[in-house]
Ligand binder design. Structure first.
Ligand SMILES: C[S@@+](CC[C@H](N)C(=O)[O-])C[C@H]1O[C@@H](n2cnc3c(N)ncnc32)[C@H](O)[C@@H]1O
Length: 415
């Protein structure tokens, strides 16, 4: 996700736990959300609130298909900038598909959003490698009906066989191929953990009788969660009350489902992710959760439920552990900037310079697109995490991945 402006302003200066929060700043629950709270006792875990705000099939940001992805939408993703990202990724995709035995092969995408990435990839593949394209079917996994309906409109004319499926259906007949998960895992609802001055608590969301939403200290964390997070660096004390962070209970179930669907092949996860030492650093006092709306970031997650995207970064180690525990072999990880350079982005920039005199405006736009994809302050900081489901014919760790090579030396970098 790439939003140009950070709306910290008034709200970031006010602790959501502060009694100074005035009624004027209290986010309001829309009627559909307000009605849910009384039967839940007036207070719900943050994860439930996030699930409702994003995935409620009638009102959620993704559930009802409300998401607007792209430079003129709520936030931009790499494929929504144009087709340069897909064109470079396609080089990696072809290298992987050539190494996976099977006919047909499948190209799966989880959370395809507006369908741009798959449309661009398949158009490129048919043009560059019609032989591979002829062996390929496209499978899309989208749990939100509103988004699936939009994808169907964009992808119905795809030059390859395409179907929408579910993890449960695929588990009954697992596939061989490649799974793409581009900016999906950051949409899985997270738990928020908050320090109350003496101990760790779950963060809850309360809704008062007027519909005002507020963050609350919930019950203390259980010993199992603390034991899991302490070695990752969750601070044990010395924080200000209200210091909070996130944990990702949805990751392991997601990786397990994905492993059940793929019997042989690769999974590429692309998302903002931080090492645990950065994720749980004491100075990161409000975690990584942000809202996105109209190209702006919003620090208060309770604002405009159902109208705004909510995302939390991944913790690298947590993600890798969840994958390893559910049948995946990690092949390595790279920052997007490095991965795209290894796939030839620099050469493409050089060509852009040479062609600039022919069609200046077009080439400058292309150049800007390429530079945004590797900008270390934005999309270039994304992580590419690569996992494998090895087969009998190919033991784990033998799959070549050009995106993991060191762009400078041309040699395979260590994972
Ligand atoms: C931020 S959008 C990313 C869209 C697209 N991949 C892109 O990069 O432009 C997140 C997408 O993931 C979908 N999604 C959310 N939770 C999901 C899940 N558990 N499994 C698969 N897709 C999910 C959303 O409905 C939406 O289509």
């Amino acid at each position: 996700m790439d939003a140009q402006t950070h709306v910290s302003g008034i709200l970031s200066d006010v602790s959501p736990f502060s009694s100074d929060v005035t009624a004027a700043l209290t986010p309001q629950a829309p009627p559909w959300l307000r009605e849910r709270f009384p039967s839940a006792g007036g207070v719900v875990p943050f994860r439930t609130f996030m699930e409702w705000a994003l995935h409620d099939p009638d009102h959620g940001y993704y559930g009802r298909g409300r998401a607007r992805i792209g430079p003129s939408g709520d936030f931009a993703t790499s494929p929504s900038l144009g087709d340069e990202f897909a064109s470079l990724l396609l080089r990696q995709l072809i290298e992987w598909l050539e190494q996976i035995p099977g006919d047909p092969l499948s190209l799966l995408e989880a959370g395809p959003g507006e369908g741009q990435l798959m449309a661009q990839l398949t158009a490129g593949l048919v043009q560059r490698r019609p032989d591979l394209a002829a062996r390929l079917e496209v499978v899309l996994l989208e749990p939100n009906p509103g988004m699936a309906a939009r994808q169907q409109r964009v992808l119905q004319g795809l030059p390859l066989p395409v179907r929408w499926s579910s993890w449960e259906e695929l588990e009954r007949a697992p596939l061989a191929g490649v799974v793409l998960a581009h900016e999906v895992l950051d949409a899985l609802p997270v738990d928020r953990l908050v320090w109350d001055g003496t101990r760790w608590c779950w963060q809850h969301v309360a809704c008062d009788s007027e519909g005002g939403l507020a963050l609350r200290f919930g019950p203390p964390l259980d010993a199992a969660t603390l034991t899991e997070l302490a070695p990752l660096g969750l601070p044990a004390a010395g924080l200000r009350p209200g210091w909070c962070t996130e944990s990702h209970p949805g990751l392991a179930p997601w990786f397990r489902s994905c492993a059940g669907a793929l019997q042989d092949g690769v999974l590429l996860v692309v998302d903002y992710a931080l090492e645990a030492r950065r994720y749980y650093a004491p100075q990161r006092s409000d975690g990584t959760l942000l809202g996105y709306r109209n190209q702006r970031t919003e620090v208060n997650p309770l604002v405009a439920p159902g109208e705004m995207d909510l995302t939390a970064h991944l913790c690298l180690e947590t993600t890798q552990r969840a994958a390893a525990a559910t049948g995946w072999h990690g092949l390595g990880e790279r920052r997007q900037g490095e991965a795209l350079l290894a796939l030839g982005l620099a050469e493409r920039l050089a060509t852009t310079r040479q062609r600039a005199s022919d069609n200046l405006a077009e080439e400058l736009a292309r150049r800007e697109q390429l530079l945004r994809l590797v900008d270390p302050m934005a999309l270039g900081e994304f992580r590419w995490l690569i996992f494998e489901r090895a087969s009998v014919s190919r033991p784990p760790g033998h799959l070549r991945s050009r995106c993991l090579r060191d762009p400078a030396s041309g040699g395979e970098a260590s994972s």
